[in-house]
Design a protein around this ligand. Sequence first.
Ligand SMILES: NC(=O)c1ccc[n+]([C@@H]2O[C@H](COP(=O)([O-])OP(=O)(O)OC[C@H]3O[C@@H](n4cnc5c(N)ncnc54)[C@H](OP(=O)(O)O)[C@@H]3O)[C@@H](O)[C@H]2O)c1
Length: 209
Amino acid sequence: MQLVLVGATGLVGRHVLALALADARVRSVLAPTRTPLPAHPRLRAPTVDFDDLPQTPGWWRADAVVCALGTTMRVAGSREAFHRVDHDYPLAIARLAHRDGVPGFVLNSAKGAHPRAPFFYSRTKGELEQSLCAIGFDSLTFVRPGLIGGERAQPRAGEQWAGRLLAALHPVLPRGWRINPAVTIAAQLLEAAIARRPGVHVVESGALT
Ligand SMILES: NC(=O)c1ccc[n+]([C@@H]2O[C@H](COP(=O)([O-])OP(=O)(O)OC[C@H]3O[C@@H](n4cnc5c(N)ncnc54)[C@H](OP(=O)(O)O)[C@@H]3O)[C@@H](O)[C@H]2O)c1
């Protein structure tokens, strides 16, 4: 299969890329990024401007898209900027991919995603899920992790603090509240992209421990 991966330089995306390039079922990966990736014979990684995505017909053609794009409110600087990266970019990419005949779309969403969630973060993810449902993919999967575990080049203090707390509480926590390792999330994202089961599917955080 041919895979489009967005967010390939991120914590989860890096794992998806490594798993995909090591998987004989994946013939090629197209990973548009804003920062270059190391070369690989089965990887095409053009640097693109996400405010001006490639529109050429056929540019996004593939069997599935995995989207692990996202930012934080701290990095984005405002709700509007956060919404642009976590909602508008993925939605624009999904529409272009659907236009080019891509049958499967897999989103790294988040626990609690809902269009009427009380928190802006969860509401943004929920709005995106809702908009993606309206596009008409044959196969659509939302993977909804809780706190993601893994090594970041630039550690996030809040995540580290929450990670230590959840690790200490691990034995008594219900599965849905445990840390979700980035590699486990990545494996679910990739399997959903390869399987492309018809319909809309949700993988909750309890299945990602
Ligand atoms: N952190 C958590 O505990 C947690 C929990 C649940 C869900 N999630 C969600 O899971 C997804 C993946 O998380 P992650 O921790 O793997 O994310 P991450 O490490 O922050 O990586 C995010 C990816 O998005 C790209 N990106 C960010 N801003 C961009 C922009 N303005 N233009 C183009 N690309 C941009 C990054 O590219 P660069 O490398 O170029 O910056 C990177 O490839 C996100 O949607 C996040 O909201 C996170």
